[in-house]
Design a protein around this ligand. Structure first.
Ligand SMILES: Nc1ncnc2c1ncn2[C@@H]1O[C@H](COP(=O)(O)OP(=O)(O)OP(=O)(O)O)[C@@H](O)[C@H]1O
Length: 234
């Protein structure tokens, strides 16, 4: 059997200082293929901190995060960066697109960084990804020419650039209106259903979380509940 895509083992993150702050404590979590997971919990409970640890954007103080069964705490920062680029995609609340580049160039950047495709192949894939998310008419535009929902779709395309099995999203609909929220949420769900991705999303929105297959609830930095919906998402 293949190992989980991501596995947290006893993950604890403490910010050092005169008064140390525990962000997350003793988290055990295994994330498999084709899962649609909400990370929920009160404000300040550690949801984003956990997502950053799962995404190798932060390092645990104790414990380990395994990607494809491989321990990452003992890796060099270069090895972790390669793992992030090839195995994980990120979508944040604020899109973090580079304003001076076209959306095609924004989506091309992670592919350039990984260096596995030719320049031509990279542009072609960026355009195909954007077109598959309904942005074919906007390929040469810079992000400021698009709506919030469109920008978030570009961020999804960028997250998919290197075809990672997992997309990690931090409040991906947090700055969108109702219509754009429904659209971006639908896109994330389709990543699971149509493209076989695993999507892990931090959300305040309990209505969205209720539509997801699994809900991981965090309280005071600890895993308080891990519930699977029956039947699974379709
Ligand atoms: N760099 C930091 N320095 C000090 N405290 C921090 C830092 N990062 C996070 N915290 C605190 O750690 C706790 C967990 O933060 P985190 O952002 O993970 O929670 P969250 O559940 O995602 O919150 P929210 O729902 O409000 O975004 C919060 O109380 C936060 O204020």
């Amino acid at each position: 059997m293949s190992p989980p895509l991501i596995e947290a083992r006893q993950v604890t993150r403490i910010l050092p200082g005169e008064v140390p702050v525990t962000l997350v404590a003793d988290i055990n979590l295994a994330i498999g293929a084709r899962e649609f997971i909400a990370i929920t919990g009160p404000s300040g409970s550690g949801k984003s901190s956990l997502l950053y640890l799962l995404g190798l954007l932060d390092l645990p103080t104790r414990g380990d995060v395994l990607i494809d069964g491989r321990s990452t705490t003992a890796m060099t920062e270069d090895e972790r960066a390669e793992m992030r680029l090839s195995r994980l995609g990120f979508v944040f609340q604020f899109h973090f697109l580079l304003p001076e580049f076209s959306i095609t160039e924004n989506v091309a950047l992670p592919m350039r960084a990984l260096g596995r495709l030719s320049a031509r192949g990279i542009t072609q894939r960026a355009e195909e990804l954007l077109a598959s998310l309904g942005l074919a008419d906007h390929l040469r535009k810079t992000p400021d020419k698009l709506s919030g929902g469109q920008r978030q779709r570009v961020a999804v395309a960028r997250a998919l650039a290197n075809d990672p099995p997992v997309i990690l999203a931090d409040e991906p609909t947090g700055s969108l209106d109702t219509a754009a929220t429904a659209q971006v949420f639908g896109i994330l769900r389709d990543l699971v259903i149509m493209r076989g991705k695993t999507v892990v999303a931090v959300t305040h929105d309990l209505n969205l979380a209720a539509q997801m297959q699994r809900r991981v609830h965090i309280v005071d930095g600890r895993l308080a509940d891990d519930a699977q919906a029956q039947p699974p998402v379709r």
